[in-house]
Design a binder for this molecule. Structure first.
Ligand code: NAD
Ligand code: LMR
Length: 330
């Protein structure tokens, strides 16, 4: 039997985690032969701590063969102790009429404290995946607060956007979403993200040839994917839950599966594709080892792509400026 992975999950009594945690425990994230120990963090108040106990009781009642232990915590120093993976979901979701960056004031500081705790107590080669919004900049804050941990070990989730793009392209082309590949998301997980119609493929052919409708791409596809999170909040009255959990399962599963197909991940930029260095931006990524990745080079970016990606990068730089003003130098 493999050594269990210690997987810390924050916001463990929240909406996303209710769908996420049983799927980690059942093996969907790390594989059917990989035991896990779940280290679940919630804020130190009675109601969320009670709800967390309920999550643990339900986990017991599932008798998952791969689940080797459960740690319940109200302190990040306990939750992140020796953690191999930290899945940072815990934070406030936005409401109607808000942009995700409006959450920086409330959520940004969480990732300073958690970054420091990860730095202090997590496993040597810990990997950190951030979901809590605005996730790119929260991941940046966390990485800056954990200088011991390599920047390449931090990621933020744009996989839900990729999955949304795949579904939209498939519906337009009249095919199943599994026929869509390389639906790349560039930039920020925000309304400025650039979902790339021109490099996506359908049954191995360029989507732009199969669909052949640039006006649709510009006027329908791109804004639909950019604003899908807000559309769900408007309709459901709450931000996406099981689709977000599913996005994180896919995100981590791809990052631990060498040879997986090209997938979209917000990672620490090394300046590839002319995107500013030292911000967390979404790129096409190929996995080369457990949690190891490289940016896939060679995609052609046309004028529209360059213009839109530049807008998203500008927004990411603005978010970082807000953080620096708000939190001082970190
Ligand atoms: P939720 O309010 O249902 O749950 C959040 C949980 O986090 C709560 O139980 C809360 O007590 C807990 N929490 C808050 N601060 C914490 C802290 N410092 N440490 C530990 N736990 C803490 O919200 P949700 O629907 O689960 O959404 C969580 C976050 O995920 C939001 O920021 C949301 O915007 C974001 N999100 C991101 C994506 C994405 O694609 N990146 C998709 C959906 C949602
Ligand atoms: C999403 O994309 O569904 C999440 O980021 C939640 C939100 O605020 O849109």
């Amino acid at each position: 039997m493999k050594k269990p992975l210690r997987v810390a999950v924050t916001g463990a009594a929240g909406q996303i985690c209710y769908s996420l945690i049983p799927r980690i425990a059942s093996g969907e994230m790390f594989g059917a032969d990989q035991p896990v120990i779940l280290q679940l963090l919630e804020v130190p108040f009675e109601k969320p701590q009670q709800a967390l106990k309920g999550v643990a009781m339900e986990l017991d009642d599932c008798a998952f063969p791969l689940l080797q232990g459960i740690v319940l915590a109200d302190d990040p120093m306990v939750a992140f102790k020796d953690a191999d993976w930290c899945l940072l979901v815990g934070s406030k979701p936005r409401g109607p009429g808000m942009e995700r960056k409006d959450l920086l004031l409330d959520n940004g500081k969480i990732f300073v404290g958690q970054g420091k705790a990860i730095d202090a107590v997590a496993a040597e080669n810990v990997h950190v995946a951030v979901v809590g919004n605005p996730c790119n900049t929260n991941a940046w804050i966390c990485a800056m607060s954990a200088p011991r941990v390599a920047k390449k070990n931090f990621s933020a989730m744009t996989r839900l956007d990729q999955n949304r793009a795949m579904s939209q392209l498939a519906a337009k082309a009249g095919v199943h979403s599994s026929a869509v590949t390389e639906a790349i998301i560039w930039g920020n997980h925000s309304a400025t993200q650039y979902p790339d119609y021109f490099n996506a493929k359908i049954n191995g052919k360029l989507a732009s040839e199969v669909i052949g409708d640039e006006a649709w791409a510009k006027d329908v596809f791109i804004p639909t994917v950019q604003k899908r999170g807000a559309a769900i909040i408007d309709v459901a009255g709450a931000s996406s839950r099981f689709s977000a959990a599913n996005g994180l399962i896919d995100h981590v599963r791809s990052l631990v599966s060498p040879g997986s197909t090209v997938h979209s991940v917000a990672v620490w930029s090394n300046g590839d594709y002319g995107i500013d260095k030292d911000i967390m931006a979404s790129f096409p990524v190929r996995t080369t080892g457990h949690g190891e990745w490289e940016v896939v080079k060679g995609y052609d970016l046309n004028g529209l792509a360059k213009e839109r990606i530049a807008l998203s990068v500008k927004e990411l730089n603005e978010e970082i400026s807000v953080v620096k003003e708000m939190l001082g130098s970190i």
